[in-house]
Write a protein that binds this ligand. Structure first.
Ligand SMILES: NC(=O)c1ccc[n+]([C@@H]2O[C@H](COP(=O)([O-])OP(=O)(O)OC[C@H]3O[C@@H](n4cnc5c(N)ncnc54)[C@H](O)[C@@H]3O)[C@@H](O)[C@H]2O)c1
Length: 347
């Protein structure tokens, strides 16, 4: 399976290229970056024979099966569309697109050309997220009543030198899509409406630095996504409350508590704390703690490769990713108009 990686920035160098190179029978044959020095440097660093500054040239000149899209989010639509029309399978970084109408057109093109599209929502692959999803799927909590998610990261200036994130969407389009995806993935009901409050609370940024997105599902369950760049922590937590139990999931820290059909006692809490500390210590000692992100990209990307090989379902489909873009679009519309946005008017 031959891969071309488009965009040689942070996520390509730290995740996509090393992950592709670790999967048997997968080869990265070309890399592209509009900044030539970077494309050249990355091709040398990873031993990739060809580098380009123009993805169209790269895709026409190299024989590739899969295109990995690791460019700034506002460029995804053009690159995915171009690759799909050439009959290439595509794995794109989240979010699918920032603009909802662009996202819809992208999916139409992908479907019309019969290629596979996977979108990297890698936090779904975290062990505790998988565990939570399984518990919810088995309806162990009864019917979901409420979900509260927190996605707080510092401004991503330590992650990438790129300035492209500092546009209108800010935090909502940066780490926000991961939390929105997690909430939609966890709730089997259909999303009915979205309302949001937020904006730039610093007074000097021209983009969303903090937003709360409130979602109502058709079965009356509610979800709240609190997304911020203003807290210097790195939090990704999700609490789910059902009619017969609850889950507290610390997705980033790998901690997970669930209570259903039993009463928690001080002894249970002590046991849990002990087990958590032991697990944390083991992951620090083994080094797993420090490369957690790569592990999750590995699962997501290798499942996508299997889907391409077998014609199966990618781990996160284009339609699921489009819903995340739709929620972000609804949130932006809602906080500007102070109105509730109904999803069937958008999608
Ligand atoms: N899944 C995750 O956890 C995760 C983490 C970080 C970033 N991302 C996503 O990955 C994507 C890239 O983010 P990043 O942090 O690597 O950004 P970055 O700014 O570090 O890298 C982007 C690179 O793309 C290049 N580029 C821009 N336009 C191009 C074009 N038309 N053709 C070729 N190259 C082009 C830039 O020169 C830059 O080197 C974004 O969509 C982001 O949302 C996902």
């Amino acid at each position: 399976m031959k891969v071309c990686v488009v965009g040689c920035g942070a996520v390509a160098r730290r995740m996509h290229i090393p992950v592709f190179q670790s999967i048997p029978h997968v080869e990265v044959v070309s890399v592209v970056d509009s900044y030539e020095q970077l494309a050249k440097g990355v091709s040398k660093e990873f031993g990739i024979s060809k580098y380009y500054t123009d993805y169209k040239r790269a895709l026409n000149e190299t024989d590739v099966d899969i295109v990995s899209v690791c460019t700034p989010s506002f460029t995804h639509a053009d690159i995915i569309t171009y690759a799909a029309k050439l009959g290439k399978h595509i794995i794109a970084e989240k979010p699918l697109t920032i603009d909802l109408e662009e996202g819809k057109k992208v999916l139409e093109t992908v479907k019309a050309n019969g290629v596979q599209l996977g979108v990297v929502f890698n936090y779904r692959s975290v062990d505790v997220a998988q565990k939570m999803h399984e518990t919810l799927k088995q309806r162990k909590l009864g019917r979901i009543v409420s979900m509260i998610g927190v996605a707080h990261t510092p401004c991503p200036s330590s992650w990438t030198n790129g300035r492209w994130l500092y546009h209108e969407g800010g935090a909502l389009d940066d780490f926000g899509p991961h939390l929105i995806d997690m909430l939609l993935w966890s709730n089997p009901s259909t999303l009915e409406s979205v309302s949001a409050q937020g904006g730039d609370f610093t007074g000097y940024f021209n983009f969303i630095s903090h937003i709360q997105v409130s979602m109502k599902f058709k079965d009356t369950s509610l979800a709240l996504a609190d997304i911020s760049w203003l807290n210097d922590a790195f939090l990704f937590n999700l609490d789910v409350y059902g009619t017969s139990g609850r889950i507290a999931c610390d997705v980033r820290g790998g901690r997970y508590y669930t209570t259903y059909g039993q009463v928690s006692s001080p002894l249970t809490d002590m046991n849990r704390t002990f087990k958590d500390s032991t697990k944390l210590m083991a992951s620090i000692v083994s080094g797993k703690y420090f490369k957690g992100g790569v592990t999750y990209h590995f699962r997501n990307i290798s499942e996508f490769i299997s889907a391409v090989r077998t014609g199966g379902r990618p781990p996160v489909t284009g339609d699921e990713a489009l819903m995340v873009t739709a929620v972000s679009a609804a949130a932006k519309q809602s906080f500007k108009t102070h109105k509730t946005i109904y999803m069937d008017e958008l999608i």
